[in-house]
Design a protein around this ligand. Structure first.
Ligand SMILES: [Zn+2]
Length: 467
């Protein structure tokens, strides 16, 4: 499959390599440029995915509430991608795209079809593992449960939730426990190169922030809703009856923001612990999410998975690289760009694995260019696609049915201007169709996604997912 960039004794191999380079640099005088004060080369990658976290609800991104002081500190040390977008608005397809650098209709992983990620796809973890990295994942189950096959490449795939695929029971709400396990694993492997993945549903529904986060952002709410928002309450909540300023909606958002602040506190303590352990110096930290959440922008509250609007696709993306000067990068990028970016950072050759995404930290003339953001919703009887290009968002509900939003004047995507006389529209439709036809070719070149076998079906049944 792909080539191994180094032997399994990766770290020893690299010590030899870097010693040689240091020697060469000492004589050529470029050592300072390479090491910026004698820093060691990068050895570790930590990827944190906080499920359902909207980019625009983090304070470093300009949100009106101080939801994320610790993430803000991480942002101040990071390459901050202010305009990063997911390729899907639900958990399984979005993470599958993040891991494979392929679009949803190509990898086909989708829980509504009960289709896991096929073994034929090469994941970021597999490439790291085969290149001599230790690989560990600490996740919260649900659509990250091992049966969805996102565990490919992880030597350790630790799922905190013990039951459930859908509904409330899988929300273990134990980010502290997940982070403790991740830190212990990282410490255990501190002398080896490693790739560690952490995922949590802490800010996902139901919103049940604990004190003091339950009232932290509530601003004197005295309406009928309690200090939590559950699936049952959501059923009774009519998003079409509320305006953005409605006190009940503001209350729901305040609860979500309270969960964010709680998550921020735990992630902040975790990152401090890694510093205390001396792990941070040669560690790349990626902080992101798989999709956002809706708050009545398009008729739903506290939901995702049903549209491709920006409240669901715009995600945080911070990449802390100890050897790089922090900066805010405004060009438009995508989660599918993570595998090529992280592998390049760690000097790992992906061999003949073909990524759709590109290395975001590569220099050159393209560094300020927006990348076209293509995203998909691939459900039974419904294949929608979107293209975010030239400050516009094109949506395709079918080959003949489109909508277009001018994001400069209409960032909330409320007014369809597809019929407006803009000669670029034809160009954008062509580009979207081109990507879709490329996807069909790519899909035909790989094995079809596996159907659930009897064992997995039995697991799903035991979990109450199917009758
Ligand atoms: Zn998710």
């Amino acid at each position: 499959m792909h080539q191994r960039a180094r032997a399994s004794s990766g770290i020893a191999w690299r010590i030899v390599l870097w010693s040689g380079l240091l020697l060469a640099c000492a004589t050529s005088g470029i050592g300072v440029l390479l090491f910026r004060g004698g820093r060691p080369p990068l050895n570790h990658v930590l990827l944190i995915s906080i499920d359902t976290l909207r980019a625009d609800h983090l304070s470093y991104a300009g949100y009106g509430r101080e939801t994320s002081p610790a993430i803000d500190r991480l942002a101040a040390q990071s390459q901050v991608f202010a305009n990063a977008f997911a390729q899907a608005s639900s958990t399984l397809p979005s993470h599958a795209s993040m891991f494979t650098s392929q679009y949803p209709s190509v990898h086909g992983a989708e829980s509504k079809y009960r289709i896991p990620l096929a073994d034929s796809f090469v994941t970021l973890a597999e490439i790291f593992r085969d290149s001599g990295f230790r690989t560990g994942a600490f996740v919260e189950g649900g659509q990250l449960a091992a049966l969805w096959n996102l565990d490919q490449g992880f030597e350790v795939y630790d799922v905190t939730a013990t039951t459930g695929v859908m509904g409330e029971i899988w929300k273990a709400d134990d980010l502290a426990g997940i982070l403790a396990k991740a830190a212990a694993w990282m410490e255990e492997h501190r002398d080896e190169p490693f790739f560690c993945f952490v995922q949590s549903y802490v800010v996902h529904m139901p919103y049940q922030p604990r004190p003091p986060h339950d009232r932290m952002f509530d601003e004197g709410y005295d309406g009928p809703l309690p200090q939590e928002f559950t699936y049952e309450m959501r059923e009774r909540f009519d998003p079409l009856a509320v305006s953005p300023d409605h006190p009940d909606l503001r209350h729901v958002v305040a609860l979500y923001d309270g969960e964010i602040r709680y998550m921020d506190q735990l992630v902040g303590m975790f990152l401090e612990r890694l510093e205390d352990l001396g792990l941070a110096e040669d560690l790349v930290v990626v902080f992101t999410s798989d999709h956002g959440e809706e708050f009545a922008e398009h008729g739903r509250v506290a939901q995702h998975t049903e549209t491709l609007f920006d409240e669901l696709l715009h995600v945080p993306l911070l990449i802390r690289v100890p050897t790089m000067k922090p900066q805010i990068i405004r060009r438009q990028v995508r989660l599918i760009d993570l595998p090529p970016t992280l592998l390049a950072l760690m000097n790992v050759d992906a061999g003949d694995v073909s990524f759709v995404g590109s290395n975001l930290l590569a220099g050159g003339t393209e560094v300020n260019e927006d990348l076209p953001v293509f995203s998909e919703l691939v459900y039974p009887k419904r294949h929608w696609a979107s293209l975010r290009v030239d400050d516009h968002k094109l949506l395709a509900y079918s080959p003949q049915q489109h909508a277009l939003y001018d994001l400069r004047t209409d960032p909330r995507e409320q007014v369809d201007v597809f019929d407006r006389q803009d000669e670029r529209v034809t160009e954008w439709v062509k580009l979207l169709q081109h990507i879709m036809s490329e996807n069909r070719v790519r899909r035909s070149q790989v094995a079809a996604p596996v159907e659930l076998n009897a064992e997995i079906e039995e697991q799903l049944r035991a979990l109450g997912y199917i009758d």
